[in-house]
Design a protein around this ligand. Structure first.
Ligand code: KIV
Ligand code: ZN
Length: 555
């Protein structure tokens, strides 16, 4: 990289717009959305989608709620031509959905595109040519007037050749894009848009779509917003025009640029799901739509099954949604930090159904997009004790006593440290079972029964102590007390029961009891044990054995 002074790159020139309005506006409604997944997105794939895959993708876009969908470039690709024909011939396009195609301003391409569209009900014919000084100089070797002529001639040719299609009942609308708009002088962008409108003659009932692409993103989002506000306020037929955005993401600010440009007056937004597209991609519609939703604005797109949408997207595009991708990424509803987990848990517990969403660290209720509460907390060595207890309770139903959280939290953290990786919920369950529920050495129970005698209880038990069978009996003020006495009489290390709690696990006939018992050893060590059984008494006896075995194992 060059060191200062950096002479290789230049700042992007600001827009002279002293009275700009967009910074004091707020968004209040969703734009008209247009998906360009099947054109801009598809053309940027190493392996483009097959016709079958495109049909599946199209149907998913319709289900999400897109009313305008760009299908491709039929004059440039036979597959795209065949795909469009298939949708029309098989009557797969709902009446309220407009299909859009892209075409250069050349007669043979316009004619061929119109062939692909025969029989369609609602069509947006998208013509474009590039307008920036660099494109004019390096690619076209043309002056401004020549570039205007290419566009206006294209519109005239479209009007002429589309007449039969319109006569057959197709509702045809025009979209015009001055490609590389954001790198074009604003006065020239305005001039060409006006010239195109003059030829097309839009009305408030039949508006022209002027799409103003950030073909390559060079400026900060505020400059993009200024460019859009400048056009919106200088255009003569604003009431007959839909101003459309088409941001790419070269600086990583495609979403921000779109949001600010919506404030600046744009009516329509083109983009792709998850931001697929050329280079760094197109605008990510999922993010902008759900950003609106989390501000209480109906996005008019349904992402209620984001995982299903993501599955179709990843399978058909062979692209992957990044694990940190807003809303859709694998890890975005996962907290690794203990303090975050704690705050999430506390605020989630206070969340009143139907009240405004107020859960910390998670700006959207995962359930709204079909994601599960279950995936919220994963455990690594930095996780707090609360995270482990949360998983054991919410995934497996164990309501551990508060004091036990610390003990199990430490065991899990040590394991995560040794492994050097995060632990899955199954790992945590496995550790809980082997540490507490499945310990059978040095003591295991073979048989246990109690007999009530006035105010005392007599227990008779058979245990295996390091493989040797011992038959025990003792009396106490309850089954636990009697069993503890019996163990002590058999010569096991002295201990007291410090605390006891239990709850049921599961419901109905399947329900079992789970007991948690904390013992204090003669040396003052505190150890929890846990036991499960259909018989509540036996669950607590198992919990004692579990605690005793743990204390012996730890010396
Ligand atoms: O990015 C772009 O400029 C385009 C145009 C064809 C609209 O995709
Ligand atoms: Zn594009």
């Amino acid at each position: 990289m060059q060191s200062a002074p950096i002479t290789k790159y230049r700042p992007f020139p600001p827009v002279d717009l002293p009275n700009r309005q967009w910074p004091s506006r707020t968004l209040a409604q969703a734009p008209i959305w247009c998906s360009v997944d099947l054109r801009d997105g598809n053309q940027a794939l190493a392996q483009p989608m097959s016709v079958e895959e495109k049909v599946e993708y199209f149907e998913m876009l319709v289900k999400i709620g897109f009313k305008e969908i760009e299908l491709g470039f039929p004059s440039a690709s036979q597959i795209e031509f065949d795909f469009i024909r298939r949708l029309i011939d098989e009557n797969r396009i709902p009446d309220d959905v407009s299909i859009q195609i892209l075409c250069q301003c050349r007669e043979e391409l316009i004619v061929r595109s119109l062939e692909a569209l025969r029989g369609a009900r609602n069509v947006i014919f998208h013509l474009y040519n590039s307008t920036s000084p660099a494109q004019r100089k390096y690619v076209f070797g043309a002056q401004r007037a020549d570039i205007v002529a290419i566009a206006t001639q294209g519109i005239r040719l479209l009007r002429q050749h589309a007449a039969p299609l319109i006569a057959e009942g197709t509702r045809l609308r025009l979209e015009y894009s001055p490609e590389s708009f954001t790198s074009t002088e604003l006065d020239f962008a305005l001039e060409i848009c006006e010239a195109v409108s003059d030829v097309w003659g839009p009305t408030p009932d039949n508006k022209i779509i002027l799409n103003l692409p950030a073909t390559v993103e060079y400026a900060t989002p505020n400059v993009h917003a200024d460019q859009i506000e400048w056009i919106c306020t200088h255009l003569t037929r604003r009431d007959s025009t839909i101003i459309s955005l088409h941001t790419h993401n070269d600086r990583g600010t495609g979403v921000a640029a779109t949001e600010l440009a919506m404030l600046a007056g744009a009516d329509r937004v083109e983009g792709t799901l998850f931001g697929n597209g050329e280079r760094t991609g197109n605008l990510d519609i999922v993010t902008v739509a759900l950003n609106l939703y989390t501000h209480g604005i109906d996005p008019k797109l349904d992402f209620g099954d984001i995982n299903g949408i993501r599955e179709v997207y990843e399978r058909t595009t062979r692209m992957e949604v990044h694990p940190r991708h807003p809303y859709a990424g694998e890890l975005v509803f996962t907290a690794f930090s203990g303090s975050h987990q704690d705050a999430i848990k506390k605020s989630w517990e206070k969340q009143v159904p139907g009240a405004p969403w107020d859960v910390l660290y998670i700006p959207l209720d995962p359930a709204d997009i079909g994601r599960s509460y279950k995936a919220i907390i994963r455990i690594n060595s930095q996780s707090g004790k609360g995270g482990v207890a949360y998983i054991l309770e919410h995934e497996f139903g164990y309501q551990l006593p508060k004091l036990m959280h610390k003990e199990i939290g430490r065991i899990i953290n040590d394991l995560a440290d040794t492994r050097g990786s995060e632990l899955s919920v199954e790992d945590i369950h496995g550790v809980f079972r082997s540490e507490y529920l499945e310990r059978v050495t040095p003591v295991s129970i073979e048989h246990f029964k109690t007999l009530e005698r006035d105010s005392t209880v007599r227990c008779e038990a058979a245990i295996l102590l390091e493989g040797k069978r011992l038959v025990l009996a003792a009396e106490g003020n309850g089954p636990i007390d009697a069993f503890v006495r019996a163990l002590l009489q058999a010569g096991l290390p002295r201990f007291d029961v410090n605390s006891y709690s239990e709850h049921s696990l599961g419901q109905g006939a399947e329900a079992r009891a789970v007991s948690y018992i904390q013992i204090r050893t003669a040396k003052g060590g505190l150890f929890y044990g846990a036991g499960i059984d259909t018989n509540i008494e036996l669950a607590s006896i198992k919990a004692i054995v579990s605690a005793l075995n743990r204390s012996i194992a730890r010396g």
